[in-house]
Design a protein around this ligand. Sequence first.
Ligand code: GLC
Length: 445
Amino acid sequence: MVKRLALLAIIAALAVSLAPTFLSGDAAPVVAQEVDCGTEEEVTINFIAGSVGNEGDAANAQIAQFMEACPNVTVALSARPDSTTEGLALYLQFFEAESSDVDVYQFDVIHSGVFAEHLIDLAEYIDQEVIDSHFDAIILNNTVDGRLVGLPWFTDAGLLYYRTDLLEKYGYEGPPVTWEELEEMAATIQEGERAEGNADFWGFVWQGNAYEGLTCDALEWQESSGGGVIITPEGVVDVNNEAAIDIFDRAAGWVGTISPEGVISFMEEDARSVWQAGNAAFMRNWPYAYSLGKAEDSTIADVFDVSALPGGEEGESAATLGGWQLGVSAYSENPEAAAAFVNFIASEEGQKFRAINHSYLATIETVYSDEEVLEAVPFFGPLFDVFTNAVARPSTVSGTQYPEVSELYYTAVHNVLTGETDAETALADLEGQLIDLGFEAPEME
Ligand code: GLC
């Protein structure tokens, strides 16, 4: 009982009530398909979801569509913490208490292994044809011991946002293809813009806080430089080499030069706020920032575009695979209605709505060739290969150990960024720590 009350207090504290706010042009589309509501009884489903950028608006719009089709089901939305690292800790508290206070969890692509035992097998509730319409790799990722623990809601891949007007102004023909080029272009544009009076202008903003987001950024630097993938799918530690050392030392050199000192505590929205204020030439971020940047009230709406991230050499770009799944709690008292809600919001129609209005990457291939989608988010076409070839973090091979692996990794990288240690020392130590966790030592060269 005490535990239950404590959890209720946590959820009450967190429940930033995200009232449905439809922006103009953001109206709910006509729902064409017949809707399965899961139950005819009056029930309430508690849904915990993200609120980074426009996530709350997008979720509320879909909740309103579902409740219109299923008036007997009330869906109550609570916000998870913006940091997925903190969200993990919160979800584990609910799961460990076997709490029925949350029915549906929006969970990160890296956490299927960690949460699997607390989530129902959605294959028992959702048509195989629907499951098969999603990208195979994500379905595979979400299938743990033969059970489908999450239905994909949207996928994610790291992108480079760049200012088209400033590239032109400083005589560059296109976005940088190597990290070295990015460094040079960022420094030149920053110097020029500051000389013209914008003292707040920065070359490059990204996610440098000690959290999961830094694991994503750093894996992109590392992989695109030929520096390995942290741990290979076979379980071999793959992090301590010259290429990785060089790129992490290079990134440390960005802090306080082309990137603000404060970048070492930036998460996604911190980077976006500098960028969207018009105060950065380049930004590394996920696709959600596109629709926000293109919004009517955005000052940079007509002067930016997105491309693949730079790499160590031309053509060596890497994007970290992100994305979010919908899982139904094994402790839910209304699994049928919860699964029906999940099925509705992750449907092709639902994903099309989210792509058009909020630039979330669909997990269903047909959405990428839809004309309305391509008109609203043209980058879905040319960057399709970037999305489908994104580099996974080592969460499948690490299973329940992934949070520990990631924490060791982002802590090591963060220590390099802050100058507390150099990359050579940090990566040698990290290699030892990962071997201590039970992963295989690489063969000596
Ligand atoms: C995005 C990604 C997610 C990742 C997180 C890190 O939300 O979709 O996979 O873990 O960013 O901050």
